[in-house]
Design a protein around this ligand. Structure first.
Ligand SMILES: *Cc1c(COP(=O)(O)O)cnc(C)c1O
Length: 397
């Protein structure tokens, strides 16, 4: 049986694959250090779990409206008002099975065959595949380390064509941790204002940011874009709730309605008790975030300093999220374990084969000479893993 044509470009998420491989080796008793984690290593705060348990006991175990409960939508509206100074009504909100699902619904609702979506690289692995699945064409603009991994207004302007339907902004970014400043967002917004391009702002790492920086929403910075902007966010990263699968989108009513219809014909509502947990996350105490960020920050500084002390590796300081994205370009061409390190794929394989360290190759993110290391893992693990990477790099000839 032939698979549908749309499957041609689709691959399994490589970040989840690295994590799975490391876990499989671990299960065989191999002492693997995994830097692949795409989720906080903290446990979901107890008051959030208690809300789900209460919901279970109270029998809140049936279908809810497909687009989410009214109380959770109201809490999301309140979050936008409080954190972003944005006024949305519940009809402009969709609750999904994770932010990923909101993004998926956006592309399904918006794209006709051939519609272009501009994606700055390095990008989150799922964007191009989700665009392909909807029949669209991803158009990649690359911002390297020299640009701080951030595109400029000029780069964006030069990439927009009559076929451009949307532009994806992800700040702070997975995989680079780069965060756009207010001024940079203003510059991007100026370009968008002169066009009809829709902006999709993935703000999932909004609260995971360091050095007293603030992650601004492009819609807050440029309210003129509100009618053609969709903000995507969720509780996965901020509240260590990746397994609960609750994300949300805010945008123009007719787009949200279309996304809700897609959801009603595919998944129906996100899990009822997880919605109660997300409600507790958004409306309850927020001190957990500071505790988590303080620890992430300590690991971030340590990891960046150690990486920069390894000859041939260069690592920029990420502003947010929980990843470092060092360049290994200077190591390319070296010999290790009888093989030439041609790119990050080869380097990642070399690390796994020789010192049992799992990292994600940047090729999955559109950056073939970088690797992604997550610091959502214990400090001791980071020390051990970087020691091993250093040893492996020093062994290169
Ligand atoms: C983790 C992640 C998501 C998806 O989060 P879920 O809410 O768990 O689906 C979306 N975008 C980026 C950039 C991410 O890193």
């Amino acid at each position: 049986m032939h698979l549908a044509k749309r499957m041609e470009h689709i691959k399994p998420s490589p970040t989840l694959a690295v994590d799975a491989k490391a876990k499989a080796l671990k299960a065989q008793g191999v002492d693997v250090v995994g830097f692949g984690a795409g989720e906080p290593d903290f446990d979901t705060p107890d008051h959030i779990k208690q809300a789900a348990i209460k919901a279970l006991h109270e029998g809140f175990t049936k279908y809810t409206p497909a687009g989410g409960t009214e109380e959770l939508k109201a809490a999301v509206c309140e979050k936008f008002k409080k954190d972003n100074g944005l006024v949305y009504s519940p009809a402009e909100i969709l609750i999904s099975c994770g932010a990923k699902h909101s993004l998926y619904n956006i592309f399904q609702a918006l794209l006709d065959p051939g519609d272009e979506v501009i994606i700055p690289a390095p990008y989150w692995v799922s964007y191009p595949d989700m665009v392909y699945l909807a029949g669209g064409v991803p158009v990649i603009i690359t911002a390297g380390e020299r640009e701080g991994f951030k595109i400029t207004p000029e780069m964006l302007a030069a990439t927009i064509t009559s076929r451009t339907k949307a532009f994806i902004l992800n700040s702070p970014s997975n995989p680079t941790g780069a965060a756009y400043t207010r001024e940079e967002l203003e510059g991007i917004a100026e370009v968008l204002k002169k066009t009809a391009v829709l902006v999709i702002s993935d703000e999932i790492y909004e609260k995971i940011i360091y050095d007293n920086l603030v992650a601004h929403s492009i819609v807050t910075v440029a309210p003129e874009l509100r009618d053609r902007a969709i903000i995507v966010n969720g509780v996965s990263k901020t509240y260590a709730m990746t397994g609960w699968r609750i994300g949300y989108a805010a945008g123009p009513k007719h787009i949200i309605a279309a996304m809700t219809n897609i959801q009603s014909q595919s998944t129906s509502n996100p899990t009822s008790i997880a919605q109660k947990a997300a409600l507790a996350a958004l409306t309850g105490p927020q001190d957990f975030i500071t505790t988590m960020n303080t620890e992430f920050d300590r690991r971030r500084r340590y990891m960046v300093e150690r990486l920069n002390n390894i000859p041939g590796i260069h690592c920029a300081m990420p502003a947010g999220a929980f990843y470092t994205f060092p360049s290994i370009a200077q190591l390319c061409g070296a010999q290790g374990n009888g093989k030439v390190i041609t790119d990050a794929d080869a380097f990642a394989a070399y690390l796994l084969d020789t010192v049992n360290v799992a990292v994600v190759s940047g090729s999955a993110f559109g950056a073939p000479t970088n690797i992604r290391l997550s610091y959502a893992t214990s400090f001791e693990t980071i020390v051990k893993g970087i020691d091993r990477i250093e040893q492996a790099v020093r062994a290169l000839a």
